[in-house]
Design a protein around this ligand. Sequence first.
Ligand code: BGC
Length: 751
Amino acid sequence: MRAASWPSFVTRLAGAAPAFMLATAILCGATPATNARADQRDAASQQNLDSRVEDLLIRLTTAEKIGQLNLVSRGEPIDNQLARVRSGEIGLMLNVVHPHEVKAFQEAARTSRLGIPLLMGLDAITVFRVAMPLPLALAATWNPPLIEAATEAVARETAANGINWTFAPMVDLSRDPRWGRVSEGGGEDPYLASAIAAARVKGYRKAGLATAVKHFVGYGAAEGGREYNAVALPVSELFDRYLPPFRAALDAGSETVMAAFNTLNGIPISADRRLLTTLLRERLGFRGFVTSDYNAIGELIHHGVAGDLAEATRKSLLAGIDVDLEGAAYERHLAGEIAAGRVPMSVVDEAVRRVLRVKIGVGLLDRPQPETPPPPPEAEVRAVAREASRQSLVLLKNTGDLLPIAASVRRIALIGAWAEGDYDLSWWGPAGLTRPETLPLRAALEQRLTPGQTLTFEKGYADTCGTMPGDVARAAATAADADLAIVAVALDCDLWGEAASRTDLGLSAPQRQLVEAVAATGRPVVLLVSTSRPVVLTAVEPLAAAILVVWHGGTEGRTAIAEALAGEISPSGKLPMTFPRSVGQLPLSYDALPTSRPTGADRFTSRYVDLDAAPLYPFGHGLSYAAFDYERIETSTSFLPAQDGKISVAVTLRNNGTRTADEVVQLYIRQRVASRSRPLRQLKGFERVRLDPTERRTVTFTLTSTDLGYHDDEGRLIVEPGSFEVFAGGSSAATLSTRFDLVGETVTMMR
Ligand code: BGC
């Protein structure tokens, strides 16, 4: 295989990410959030905004107010919907994707009595036309500036069709790979997920889309990983793990929030005033509006907290759900509830104010025509997509430096129907749009063969998702005739995301049998794993010399894989979620609490009698074609005060390999002794760097005392003195460490 030089575009987005430290300005009731701080900076414009809102509000009839809270999906017939917009019954829409329809709906809104434009929402996640790698794959880049650029590109394509609001980012912490929506999030760790949440909100907003950070809160902790299931979370865990990504998204300016479907500690979130009002608004200082999830108001009846839709309407609005997403609840019952005196008009007014504030805030009322900026050039979007795909590739294993494929390897067998397909996740984008072409892996590899190298191909299984058996004997014979076999397998390519929970995370039987048959030829096996979530690879791992996780990489994904196999680039992604050995180990995360009997060889320790308790591959793991050695870790001081303290940690690493490559330097802490058990490790910093062979680099992280705290059962942040270990390395299993002390009195704050 031919090794080419790095494209110059790469240098702009790779290795340039500054260390992201969790925002210290955490939100609390007394000092409300970013939106409020921005208000202070610009009190005059805030006053102006408020008076514009009031001016509209006093002119709205009750029916029109209810219309401003009514979010309706594009349905048939369009003329009916246009008439309803004209009469003020609908204030927000979703799934209108074609520019001529967006225009027609906005014109209808302009001819309504007060001419208030519509918020036009869409699940613009990581695909509009060009498909980026799915969000979990983006998370594997550990590169927030690149994620911001990828998000902005998708958002610019979306905005070009007149859409002005996205139902994203999903920032639900995803710690259970059985849950299908782990594909849509930023992984299992609150620090990494917060960095990603902020980057994505910024990316969307740069392109002019308002965001709906979702799903507030705890949705990812569904019991058993089963979609829509109940969630039980201690308050301390809610604050330490599940809230930080929301805080980061709000700090980055998310205008709206989507509430989650589930119950949290027994109360359905769509009816939980403590969460939607006391926590989100009073404590976190959020001033935008909250939308329900799809028909979630009506589903309060299924949850068993409302006897009918009128009661569900009342409970949701009073709890703090401002907007009804496709539930037709407010539309049907709010007027009656107001008339009966069960819902005060002041509550309705406040919800309408929030919606109008967002509409005015994003400039909707200042534009004579709906804004449709030109779409970004496809080549530019593809370039970002390619770079994101490259950096998302995670090399789990590379025995004997089998990868990249050496020029001396003459006969390469490529096996697996997936490798011939061009499926690029397009179903996840809006329907009815033309999609750019995706080059299949087979073709991308053929382009990279050196003179004398050959590539033979066999399907091995019958369908591109690997669920139907194929001609395994033929595939094995093809492998036997080659010097090296690449076997492409896929999990989830047909069913993932919402409502795609799984109890089995292993490869399908046809794919397992294929890997076994190919490995039995004795040829070295490279396993390519396409997936939307962690896969249980325990059965096939010993059969492969090299394993590359390629996710669902989008439009440019397959070309990026070919580049990595050929050595044009080095894999540099790191796992954003633990890869377990078995579903029976779940839940399994690197930041677990210690147990009374740490896992050991002895029977009476925290272990399984039938399986190693450790993951197959830990959080943060990912190899490279270079060889990075972590040489030194040093703190700027041996102690810092619990009150307003700061410490720097300098980490030195060297590339002792022969190739230029990126490494994601990771920093973890552990407090050994405190008033409550502290996690075995917690990520507190990371930075992607690019090092040439023999190059040495020192990366400096800054930790503040509040970064070292934890929340108690009242949701207070406790910064407790004690000794801390700090670890640095290329995964959560990093071994290089030092210590420092946090000194003084315990500090307690509402953060
Ligand atoms: C999902 C949301 C999504 C909404 C609108 C719901 O089923 O849970 O995340 O934004 O549909 O499409």
